[in-house]
Design a binder for this molecule. Structure first.
Ligand SMILES: *Cc1c(COP(=O)(O)O)cnc(C)c1O
Length: 373
């Protein structure tokens, strides 16, 4: 049966495995070799490995294109951003993932790019800014402020303007939305997050349907040495096997916790697209096949109060990153760069893991009790 006929839950389990035949291993080998005997298809590990190829095949198929794996999400983003010609006009979210924002800011400082910052939830404003632009960089949902972009309208509008349309879909994962189906030229993921899902590696991936673009990106990846290791690719593929079941459980728990957080007196605001009160709710309900595992909430009181909440967690770990089996939370404005981008001082980004929902709620409620009334 062709992979496209199977449901995502089945595909994440089966994609990228060796052919099923008598005596064959069911998993791809971890190829640990920097060099290869001459006169074959591959010479040197900077251009790939069978293990990396298996991960790419799986993610490419899930997103509906051809994938290239990178050493991190930022290495993947850099392959696009740093490969744009001098004089590029780029449209990007006001508060993008902060490493991506840094890559763009550096291009601006070097005099290579003009940046137009937009609220990605404001479709009219994005389309206005995209006129005459060369690159439209969309992140949705935005990390950590959770705005939801109207992907079909922005992809169509960006392409009409002649801009290259890139979607950082890390928060959604290929199971909630497939941006290439909505007209994006490239979809990007930090595979460090939910794709790998175990907080044990860094990886990134780009997926496109455009063969020329793929070859240009591959050329950059090879010549900048931005490839992941085969062991990381193996672990990421192993993590991907459970993406469907992890996400299902995590978003169920996230829905319960977001509702309770919203009613808590020490919480001033919750951003979770699954809440009917969320400004992105209707768009997310129409566009995404689930609301994801990420919640951002603002506490009442000061930034210091919110920091104390993070330090009071017991089950939830006070740490950066997201999308893994273990629940993590942090106050994003503890980073100066994030505060400069306008992230509220009391905003806590909460990545919901696989723990018991009541254990997580007790932990949240206990930590929130430290906020002065
Ligand atoms: C983490 C993240 C990145 C960067 O990926 P790394 O793997 O940490 O380099 C990019 N975009 C988003 C939305 C992220 O959450």
């Amino acid at each position: 049966m062709a992979a496209d006929d199977l449901a995502p839950a089945t595909r994440v389990v089966h994609l990228g495995r060796p052919p099923v035949e008598p005596g064959a291993a069911v998993n791809v080998p971890v190829v640990l070799s920097s060099t290869y005997v001459a006169n074959g298809e591959i010479n040197y590990a900077r251009s790939g490995s069978d293990t990396i190829g298996a991960f790419e095949l799986a993610v490419g198929s899930l997103e509906g294109g051809t994938a290239l794996a990178f050493a991190s999400g930022l290495a993947a983003a850099a392959a696009i951003i740093e490969g744009m010609p001098t004089g590029t006009v780029a449209v990007l979210p006001k508060g993008p993932y902060f490493g991506v924002g840094e890559l763009f800011s550096e291009q601006e400082r070097l005099g290579r790019m003009e940046l137009r910052l937009v609220d990605v939830a404001d479709t009219e404003a994005v389309l206005e800014a995209a006129r005459g632009a060369d690159l439209l960089w969309i992140e949705s949902p935005v990390n950590p402020t959770m705005e939801i972009a109207d992907l079909p309208a922005l992809c169509a509008g960006g392409r009409r303007s002649g801009a290259l349309v890139v979607v950082d879909s890390t928060f959604a994962s290929p199971l909630l939305v497939r941006p290439l189906d909505h007209g994006a030229d490239i979809v990007m993921h930090s595979a460090t997050k939910s794709l790998a899902g175990h907080e044990d590696l860094l990886m990134g991936v780009l997926v496109t349907r455009d063969a020329d673009r793929l070859e240009r990106l591959r050329y950059r990846r090879t010549n900048t040495g931005a490839l992941p290791g085969s062991l990381e690719a193996y672990l990421a593929l192993r993590g991907l096997r459970t993406l469907h079941v992890r996400l299902e459980r995590q978003q169920r728990t996230a829905g319960v916790l977001a509702t309770r957080l919203e009613a808590h007196p020490a919480v001033a605001r919750v951003r979770y697209p699954g809440l009917a009160s969320d400004p992105g709710h209707e768009r997310a309900a129409a566009l995404l096949s689930g609301f994801g595992s990420m919640i951002s909430f603002e506490t009442t009181g000061s930034g210091e109060d919110a920091e104390r909440v993070c330090e009071a967690f017991g089950v939830i770990v006070h740490a950066t990153s997201l999308g893994g089996v273990q629940s993590l939370a942090e106050r994003r404005s503890r980073y100066a760069e994030e505060a400069d981008r306008g992230t509220p001082p009391t905003l806590i980004r909460f990545s919901v893991g696989l723990e018991d929902v009541e254990d997580l709620w007790k932990d949240l409620a206990g930590a929130l009790a430290t906020v002065p009334a």
